[in-house]
Structures are given as C-alpha cells and as structure tokens.
Design a binder for this molecule. Structure first.
Ligand code: ZN
Ligand code: ZN
Length: 377
C-alpha cells in the first residue's frame, strides 16, 4: 500500500510501497486513513533534525495528525465498529518500571524520555493508506466532524494546556468550583502569541471558555488571519502596530498568555507583560538560534510579586483528546466557516515531499488518502 516515508541515510522523502498492516492482537483496530495533517514537527522530521525510524527499518512512515475510518476490528474490540471515524493518539509508553507516568497511561508525562511516537520517533506514522493500532489509543469522532477532525490532534496541545490551567487556577479560591470549572476564566484576558494552527486553535479554545482573547502575530491588520481572528470574536494585534513591550498597556491585566510561536525572543519579551496571578503557557519548540537577552530581574520580580506561573506542555493524554473532540464539535457549531478555513489545502500523498520540504504556506495543509476531495495543486 501507499505511504509517505523519510529515509535518514539518504536524506530523502518519497512515496513508497509499505507492507499492509494486519491485526496482531484481538484488541487492535485497522483503519483506512482519510486525512493526515502536516505540521512543523513533520517538517523537522523531514529535515532530519528530529525523530527516527523504527529500529529495524531504514525509513520512517511520517504523519501523526490523523483521521481514519474503522475497517476491521479484533474480537475484543467493543468500542468501535466498521465505518466509525477515529483519531489515533501519537505517543506510546516507555514501558520501563521506573516510569510512573507511563505506568498509568500518561506517556505525555514520561519521565525516562524513552517513549516512542507514531510518525516521529521509533514507530511508523499515519501517512499511509491503512494503519493498525490498539483500540486504547483511538478516540471516536462524530461523523459530522469528518471535514475537520484532522484538527483534533493539533488541538490537543491547547486542550492539555487548558486542563492544566484549570488545575493551576484552582489555587485561586474564587475561581475554584465544581460546576463552573470549565468556565474558570470568564471575563479574563488572554493573549495568544502566533497565528499558526496551534495559535488559532488555542484562540478558539480560549474564546469558548469565555476569555477575552487577543492574537498577537506578524501578519498586518486586515490580513486574512487578522480577519479570521475577528470572525471568531477575538481581537487581533499586529506586531508592526503594537511593539511587544506595549502589550500590557494595550490589553490590560493579562491573565493568560498562550505562546505558539516557538520564538524564545518573543516569548520572554511577552513574559514581561503577564499580569497579576497570570499564567504563561509555552507550547513552541525553538531551534538553537543563539542566545537571547532577557529582562531577568523584571521577569523574576513579576513572577514573585504577581504570583505568576510559567509552564510548558507537550503531547497530550486521553483526557485532552476527549476534550478536543468535544471542543471541535462546539467550534463546528459556533464557527463552522472559520473552523473549516483552518484547513487551507488537501493534497494527494505525492505532494507530500513538496509540502514537507518546500516553503511553509497556508494554515493547516492536509494529505488526503480519500481521493475524492483533493486539490489538484
Ligand atoms: Zn503536529
Ligand atoms: Zn515513560
């Protein structure tokens, strides 16, 4: 069957003929892959900066942002049936006895770093016509999300961050409550740094939770991304119009900053703008681009005197995947056009080397294995 693979030894990316996967256990499910999103991680893997093939393979089938349709189930599978839509989780446990996180099914918090990841690290990914995995790593998706469910995996970044915000802000007694917990921040102010897919999905997740949300990015005011932000009820700040050191005076007391640029310079400068009891969430992974000067005294003073918290988050557990499906359903109801507009192109697998190695463009570009709705570009 057809798959897209990277070959580290020869530094090549191409469509290959990959062996058809078969059920090896009765708890496994075979999927026909419909969509696979392409992201910055894939581009890094394709540039051979990150990731590795399985030990016994000269190549890695890439792809971790997937949507598939169930075509076969093992005898012990009760949760899924043929025709169901499914998103498959990415990270797999290290299995080492010293890792309490993996032992409870949370390899996103793996302490040994010996986890594997489908399509990234040590396991073939989802950019193939068919895949097999254990049902425990699969999340059901309602059929009406067929067109957008490939966004579930990238949305889990924000969902894990939001789950942690809920837990972190339980420290504030007036926000701590059972029923209202999903709305912990109604009326509060959030700034998203960066208008890529992670930033824009994060903005939707924040808006849905009642945050007044600003998106701060490089694109000028009036650009398609600025208009997109406004269409979902957010406010857009163009970096050209508002230097980052005027962020606080422009927005007011910033309760939450969601960083989705991967640029340390921007992140640490924005940290100065974080408000009282504020939370700063880092999701981007910067390359090694040399030293960045920061206002360490000011940042440290603020951290202490304003009860601030900074945390990073990577990957996601089942709870974040479940939340992503629920949120995506809500986004689909509230902002159907804006949600669909995040997918800026569907391409045949043969276009993948160009998507991975060529200049980035659009918002979320998707490789479609379904065939019928593919752009010809
Ligand atoms: Zn990704
Ligand atoms: Zn582990």
């Amino acid at each position: 069957m057809k798959a897209v693979a990277i070959f580290p030894a020869e530094k090549a990316v191409r469509v290959i003929d990959h062996p058809e996967p078969a059920l090896a256990r009765d708890s496994e499910v075979r999927l026909k892959i419909l969509d696979v999103g392409v992201c910055g991680t894939d581009r890094e893997v394709a540039a051979f900066e990150y990731g590795a093939p399985p030990k016994d393979s000269p190549y890695l089938v890439i792809g971790h942002e997937s949507l598939g349709e169930v075509i076969e189930t093992g005898s012990a599978v009760s949760r899924f049936h043929a025709g169901d839509l499914v998103v498959t989780m990415v990270r797999r446990p290290c299995g080492l006895p010293e890792c309490p996180a993996c032992a409870v099914g949370r390899p996103d918090f793996c302490v040994t770093g010996k986890f594997t990841e489908r399509g990234i690290n040590g396991r073939h990914g989802f950019m193939a016509e068919r895949i097999v995995d254990d049902q425990r790593y699969m999340i059901a998706v309602p059929p009406n999300l067929r067109g957008v469910a490939v966004l579930v995996e990238p949305l889990t970044i924000a969902e894990k961050a939001m789950i942690e915000v809920g837990e972190v802000q339980d420290r504030l007694p007036w926000l701590r409550s059972g029923e209202d917990r999903g709305k912990i921040a109604t009326g509060n102010k959030a700034v998203v740094l960066g208008a890529g897919p992670v930033g824009l999905l994060g903005a939707m997740a924040l808006l849905r939770r009642g945050f007044q949300t600003w998106v701060y990015s490089l694109e000028p005011d009036g650009s398609p991304k600025a208009l997109w932000v406004q269409s979902v009820g957010g406010k857009y700040l163009a970096a050209k119009d508002v230097p980052i050191d005027r962020l606080a005076e422009t927005v007011g007391n910033i309760d939450l900053i969601y960083e989705a640029t991967g640029a340390a310079q921007v992140a640490f400068k924005a940290m100065e703008a974080l408000g009282v009891n504020g939370v700063f969430i880092l999701t981007g992974v910067p390359g090694h681009k040399g030293r960045v000067e920061i206002e360490a005294d000011l940042i440290m003073r603020n951290l202490v005197l304003k009860n601030q918290l900074i945390y990073g988050t990577v990957n996601a557990g089942q709870d974040a995947f479940d939340a992503a499906v629920a949120d995506l359903s809500e986004f689909h109801l509230r902002w159907p056009q804006a949600l669909a507009a995040l997918i800026t192109g569907r391409y045949a697998p043969e276009a993948c080397p160009e998507l991975l190695l060529g200049p980035p463009s659009g918002i979320k570009r998707v490789i479609s294995f379904a065939g019928h709705d593919v752009d010809t570009k």
